[in-house]
Design a protein around this ligand. Structure first.
Ligand SMILES: [Zn+2]
Length: 259
């Protein structure tokens, strides 16, 4: 048998150094990143008419960026992202605020390190939410959700009030993601790039879970390796590189999102 040439950590370190050197993300503004995230998620099948919201903390405390209400994700442009205060009054930009953004404010208020939230109702996540089944992380590609996806079993109705905000933020706890029964999913992260990437992969994880379960029994993965893969997949450069890849797929067709 061939000997192991180097310990695995050496390869992780080498890859981390190379990602720092080679994976560059353009200096897009936060409005451009939100618009790109909206279009990336639309292209990934998250479009659900006017449902779902993508938001980010503003530079000034108590301010938040979000897509003007009435537009679909695939219509998002940097110029139709509005800035609101912590009671959903518009501070910058024209349009109407989506009243469902109120529960995002609850998460921002209680999780100071959260700067971006992606909330959508994509089909496979929604299917799991209908049967009340939590997300299972048992594949390398979806290891970002290992021990990092909560489940809210109770549906509090349309989330336009404060009570729904309290329930959702309490169920989320300190995790990055949550499946909401009879509703959809939400990810709350430090950057818009990470929220976008997790938003894409939570739907892929749900699709994988439904496919796997229809064919057999899902086997759990080794917890130690799962945690290692979780941290590796969430390295900022890996997330940035993945976001840039998804953004390039959108910008190949037109650059409307950036305008
Ligand atoms: Zn929703």
């Amino acid at each position: 048998m061939d000997p192991i040439i180097r310990p695995k950590e050496a390869y992780f370190e080498q890859t981390a150094r190379n990602m720092e050197k080679f994976l560059r993300v353009p200096e897009w503004t936060i409005q451009q990143k939100i618009a790109l995230t909206c279009r990336i998620l639309a292209a990934e099948g998250h479009e659900s008419a006017l449902a779902g919201q993508i938001t980010s903390r503003g530079e000034k405390p108590g301010t938040y960026w979000m897509l003007s209400f009435g537009l679909g994700f695939d219509e998002a442009m940097a110029s139709n992202i509005v800035l609101v205060d912590d009671d959903l009054n518009i501070l910058e930009g024209d349009g109407m605020v989506n009243p469902s953004n109120r529960f995002h404010l609850w998460i921002y208020r209680h999780r100071p390190h959260v700067n971006a939230i992606v909330h959508t109702h994509p089909p496979h996540v929604s299917a799991l939410s209908l049967i009340g089944e939590p997300l299972v992380s048992a594949h390398m590609d979806t290891s970002m959700f290992y021990d990092d996806c909560a489940f809210l079993a109770h549906w509090p109705g349309a989330p336009v009030g404060d009570e729904e905000g309290r329930l959702i933020h309490e169920a989320l706890g300190d995790k990055r993601a949550i499946l909401l029964a009879h509703h959809g999913q939400l990810v709350a992260t430090g950057t818009m790039e990470e929220a976008c990437v997790l938003g894409v992969f939570i739907e892929r994880a749900a699709r994988m879970q439904i496919l796997a379960r229809s064919a057999g029994t899902i086997k759990p993965i080794n917890p130690e390796f799962a945690r290692e893969a979780h941290d590796y997949r969430l390295k900022p450069k890996a997330v940035g590189g993945t976001f840039h890849y998804f953004a390039r797929r959108i910008l190949k067709h037109d650059d409307e999102a950036l305008r």
